[in-house]
Design a protein around this ligand. Structure first.
Ligand SMILES: [Zn+2]
Length: 716
């Protein structure tokens, strides 16, 4: 097939053309780069050839064979930039016209001496424009120009007929095209992006081998949802720090793209922009509604449970409790604040959010005041860090942002759900080891069952919930002296001893300090109608049981010598009923095997929630009776109709078939996976007939999983 490639296309592109959408042939495709997969093409216009980099978003074209050696392609979006004094074409978009074709013409490598010779001229031009960018007139000029360009496609100018002689000069007189953040890459020389600042980091000073310095970063979001971090050092900080305001929209150009520093940068972009003194940052005076204020990627709390440790994510929930701020000593001896609050969402779970430092007094204080006034606010967390120290929790980092009662559809839906049902449904926390891997459901046991069923004797610990009453608390050695230093964002907590100088010494941290922390190590006897047992409560559960910190209690007993108040405090919690979440595991003590029972959470019995739980249980029994009755009268033909009774650890004899759990959930077995939004136990099991549907769905599952899937979708 005869094909006419666009004559002189290569020299035109190198001269600055970005508009002619030429037809060229790919002569070679080469995979380069080790960390990042990149393709280099050799392009030909039948007379000249030149190397081109393929933007990574087009990598699939090569992988799927749409673009290969021999392909004739039309370049749609492209740009030529200088990398280490070499001209490189960057292809941002293209179409394959003919997938495979013989080499056309007899092309030779393009000589780029002309283009290189003109480089000093172009530098001079950009230098001048840089000088004036801070003045208002310049800002207006750039942003006005910017508004007249459509992103991605609109060219900066019409190429002159003779590219060779005037191209480079013409190129620099025109403003760079605005491209999506997602299309940025280091091979583009000239680009501009228009984006909103979504976060601005603090100015930080550092000291390293090359001396003192300062640095700050900010995050950008554009109308295509692309995000990227921008970092400035030293003189560049002085130039831009005051200009950058969170929420404002800027056109930014002439920065350096480098691989993102993933340790500090959680944005979904492999690149990071480093601004230079020649970079331009121009405020767009008019509000651009096409660029969102903030981009969230909210993850339900049920997903945080399986999220990787240290991963960064967004979460939104209702703040159901706020603890007071407590001072914590950092490893460097500086004191900081910590404040723990609990978030609950429609997945029926709650998670601990730990605020650090400034967050405690700013948003934390505000949240406490709101919650104290009896209102449960919505809190959106942008970029929280997952911690798996005990269960899963989320903590703030320096780039975290908190939004109280944000005006977004997610927030409104959550509020609506909470006011309608969420307020009255109990939620399980995924924090503090409450829900270790595997056992997602609360398993109710009686005290005697712990022994009778040999809990804790398998490889993995057993996690159960026992409703029991405290009958005795050992008061000697109720706490220990602990290291208050922070290791990362958690407290060391190792037992410390007093050195000769009366200072405390931590072997792990290898440091001394004036004051130590006190942490509970509480031996508690609990009992229910079936028997009694000893359990151990550590810091948080100790506080839950006694209602005060170990340090307060220690000071009361040993510093103030106030035995009366100490005894009063202990007696005050005797014969109180709690829902104890217990971890049960057999451990070796010397050569003796002993079952160790640890309280991971102690909740005072909420009688309303407990009554609902019991009512649900009664309802379940009734429904099973009804079903059995019905079965006896009209026996089924297939045995497969029996719902799968899974999990030997489920205490109650009724287990709804997995596939239809949401239609009849006993509160104790609420499986979040099958628990659809806004559904309540009351609403779900309002009619006893729903169980029949559930069984028939299980029937179908035994026969045809695909049908059952759609059925279960219809049911939930
Ligand atoms: Zn320590």
């Amino acid at each position: 097939m005869p094909v006419n490639l666009t004559a002189n296309a290569i020299s035109a592109i190198i001269g600055g053309d970005v508009n002619s959408k030429p037809l060229v042939q790919v002569l070679d495709v080469k995979l380069i780069g080790s960390s990042q997969e990149r393709y280099r093409l050799l392009l030909s216009d039948a007379a000249s050839t030149q190397h081109a980099m393929l933007a990574t978003q087009l990598n699939d074209r090569v992988k799927t064979g749409q673009v290969r050696a021999g392909s004739v392609v039309q370049l749609i979006d492209y740009i030529c930039s200088t990398v280490q004094n070499r001209k490189i074409i960057v292809v941002l978009n293209m179409e394959t016209i003919i997938p495979d074709c013989e080499t056309i013409g007899n092309p030779k490598m393009f000589a780029e001496s002309d283009a290189v010779a003109q480089k000093p001229v172009s530098n001079g031009v950009s230098g001048n424009s840089m000088q004036t960018t801070n003045s208002n007139t310049s800002a207006h000029k750039v942003s006005n120009n910017v508004q007249s360009f459509r992103p991605t496609v609109q060219p900066a100018y019409q190429p002159p007929p003779s590219y060779r002689n005037q191209g480079a000069i013409m190129k620099n007189e025109a403003p760079a095209r605005i491209i999506p953040i997602a299309a940025l890459n280091p091979y583009q020389g000239r680009w501009a992006i228009k984006a909103r600042v979504t976060a601005k980091g603090d100015l930080r000073r550092y000291n390293n081998a090359r001396g003192d310095g300062k640095v700050f970063s900010f995050d950008l979001l554009d109308s295509d949802g692309g995000e990227i971090r921008v970092t400035c050092f030293n003189a560049v900080v002085d130039r831009f720090y005051d200009t950058i305001e969170v929420g404002k929209v800027y056109v930014i150009s002439k920065g350096n793209l480098k691989p993102a520093q993933k340790n500090f940068n959680h944005l979904k972009n492999e690149w990071e922009i480093f601004l230079e003194t020649t970079s331009t940052v121009d405020l767009c005076p008019d509000e651009d509604p096409s660029i969102p204020r903030q981009h969230f990627d909210f993850r339900p709390i049920s997903e945080i449970e399986s999220a990787e440790n240290n991963s960064i994510l967004d979460v939104i929930g209702i703040v159901i409790s706020v603890n007071p701020s407590v001072p914590i000593m950092r490893k460097n001896g500086m004191e900081t604040q910590r404040r723990v609050l609990n978030l609950k969402d429609r997945s029926g779970l709650s998670v601990e959010l730990t605020l650090w430092g400034e967050f405690c007094n700013r948003e934390g204080q505000k949240l406490q005041e709101i919650v104290d006034s009896g209102i449960y606010p919505v809190l959106a967390v942008k970029a929280g860090k997952v911690n798996d120290f005990s269960g899963k929790s989320v903590g703030t980092i320096s780039s975290t942002q908190l939004f109280i009662n944000p005006d977004s559809s997610e927030a409104h839906a959550l509020r609506e759900w909470f006011d309608r049902v969420g307020r009255n449904t109990s939620s399980q926390s995924i924090s503090r080891d409450a829900l270790p891997g595997g056992s997602k459901n609360e398993i109710r046991k009686t005290v005697s069952q712990i022994k009778d069923e040999g809990l804790g004797r398998s490889d993995k610990p057993d996690w159960v919930t026992v409703k029991a009453t405290i009958s005795f608390i050992k008061t000697d050695n109720f706490c220990y002296t602990a290291c208050p230093l922070m290791i990362g964002d958690r407290q060391c907590s190792k037992k410390v001893t007093q050195s000769g100088s009366s200072r405390w010494q931590c072997d792990r941290c290898n440091q001394e300090f004036e004051e130590c922390d006190y942490r509970y190590l509480l031996q508690v006897q609990v009992q229910d109608h079936t028997g009694l047992t000893w359990v151990t409560a550590f810091q948080e559960s100790g506080e839950e049981i006694l209602g005060c910190s170990a340090k307060e209690l220690y000071l009361l007993k040993y510093e103030e010598d106030d035995d009366a108040r100490f005894t009063e405090t202990i007696k005050g919690c005797l014969f109180k009923q709690f829902l104890f979440r217990l971890k049960i595991k057999e451990e070796m003590y010397g050569d003796e095997q002993r079952v160790k029972i640890t309280v991971v959470k102690a909740d005072k019995v909420n009688y309303a929630a407990e009554t609902r739980y019991l009512l649900d249980l009664i309802k379940k029994f009734r429904e099973v009776k009804y079903r059995e009755e019905k079965k006896r009268r009209r026996p089924r033909i297939r045995n497969a109709s029996q719902p799968r009774l899974t999990g030997s650890k489920l205490e109650t004899p009724i287990t709804a078939p997995r596939i239809a759990t949401s239609t009849v959930p006993p509160a104790a077995m609420l499986s979040k996976k099958f628990w659809s939004d806004g559904e309540t136990p009351e609403a779900a099991s309002a009619t006893s007939g729903t169980i029949i549907e559930a069984v028939s769905a299980a029937d179908v599952a035994a026969v045809n999983p695909a049908t059952a899937l759609s059925l279960s979708e219809a049911l939930t």
